[in-house]
Design a protein around this ligand. Structure first.
Ligand SMILES: NC(=O)c1ccc[n+]([C@@H]2O[C@H](COP(=O)([O-])OP(=O)(O)OC[C@H]3O[C@@H](n4cnc5c(N)ncnc54)[C@H](OP(=O)(O)O)[C@@H]3O)[C@@H](O)[C@H]2O)c1
Length: 328
């Protein structure tokens, strides 16, 4: 097999919007002890990357040029000394603190789990941060069959995975969304409730026996609403809690990496068992990364926005936001 010595990687040299992102060619290190080189097939987008890029995420300290992206799925193309778990041709799902938006990356095998054949690359590339954030939150709240849980932004990347896994655990799940997502949530077995004025009454109507837990992904008046619904503080998670969780899941401290990989394995197993599905509502070629973030930042994606290094077609798909805008 031809030795891969270069990678095309998304970088930026200054804080800013999506337009500061550009693809550059960089040397690719050969895999060392315990490492492999992965040809990236798909790589998902997350909001936290936009906060880091814009300079509003104060806990992120890294020199420029910076790289973007933490979730990926791909195929192993080179194996370093001491690696037995993967061989050339193994399909994997993985995570890095930053730099997943690239054609190739060299990474420790402690950041990877095997990709089952039945979990598509489109799904697998966006699984890490959204999936592990969802799972950590549900684990911490011990969501189970006795719960009626409200999840905000339930049609979004984190919310849709969270809502489906909560339902898989036997909970009754109420998801907040706009009108356009009612059918989507119903198809997943989630009870949709429109956000906005009067939401507390609409939730009470769907939960006559009360609400036991509240997960606020969106971050608008979530705590006030949870109080109004009688949810105990210990069973409320705010969007600030979510930010802290995401930062922890992106840490490159060995314990954090081990935890992230362990949770990723559970998320991938759940996907393989079809406990949840991920709708990819924006699928872009890697070079269109700025446009993909622009789509994500419109805040109306359904499921995930994902980049692909080998899109099967150059025909433009309808973007998540265009579905929204076409309502007139
Ligand atoms: N990383 C962080 O630091 C962090 C932490 C916590 C929260 N967040 C925020 O959490 C939100 C969701 O995250 P995500 O990753 O799931 O993003 P996402 O996939 O972009 O979520 C978009 C979803 O949000 C829904 N939405 C829009 N306005 C809403 C509102 N007023 N109330 C409830 N839902 C609304 C949309 O539903 P409709 O199309 O039906 O309107 C859409 O399905 C984002 O705004 C993100 O910025 C980020």
């Amino acid at each position: 097999m031809k030795k891969i010595t270069e990678t095309s990687v998304v970088e930026y040299d200054e804080p800013g919007g999506p337009d500061v992102l550009h693809l550059v060619t960089r040397p690719l290190p050969a895999p060392g002890e315990g490492e492999v080189t992965v040809e990236v097939v798909t790589t998902g987008l997350n909001h936290i990357e936009t906060f880091v890029r814009a300079g509003t995420e104060t806990e992120w300290h890294e020199d420029y040029p910076r790289r973007s992206g933490s979730c990926f799925a791909g195929t192993v193309v080179a194996v370093g000394p001491g690696v037995t778990a993967y061989k050339i041709g193994s399909d994997v799902v993985g995570h890095v603190r930053s730099g997943a938006q690239a054609t190739y990356l060299t990474v420790g095998v402690d950041h990877l789990v095997p990709k089952p054949r039945t979990v598509t690359f489109e799904t697998a590339g966006g699984l890490y941060l959204a999936g592990t954030t969802a799972l950590d939150t549900l684990d911490e709240l011990k969501i189970g069959p006795d719960d009626t849980v409200v999840i905000s932004a339930a049609a979004g990347g984190v919310g849709s995975i969270e809502a489906q896994i909560a339902k898989h655990r036997g909970a009754r799940v109420i998801g907040t969304c706009g009108d356009r997502n009612f059918d989507y949530l119903r198809q997943l077995g989630i009870i949709p409730v429109r956000y906005g004025e009067g939401i507390a009454d609409r939730i009470r109507e769907k939960a006559p026996d009360g609400v036991t837990a509240f997960i606020d992904n969106f971050g608008q008046d979530g705590r006030e609403l949870a109080h109004e619904l009688g949810v105990a503080d210990a069973r409320f998670r705010s969007s600030a809690d979510r930010r802290e969780r995401e930062l922890a899941l992106l840490s490159d401290e060995p314990d954090a990496v081990a935890h992230g990989t362990e949770q990723l394995k559970k998320v991938v197993d759940l996907a393989e068992r079809r406990a949840f599905t991920v709708l990819v509502s924006g699928f872009y070629p890697l070079e269109d990364v700025a446009e993909a973030y622009d789509d994500l930042q419109k805040l109306h994606s359904r499921g995930k926005v994902v980049l692909a290094t080998h899109p099967v077609t150059t025909r433009r798909i309808v973007k998540a936001r265009e579905v929204m805008e076409s309502r007139g």
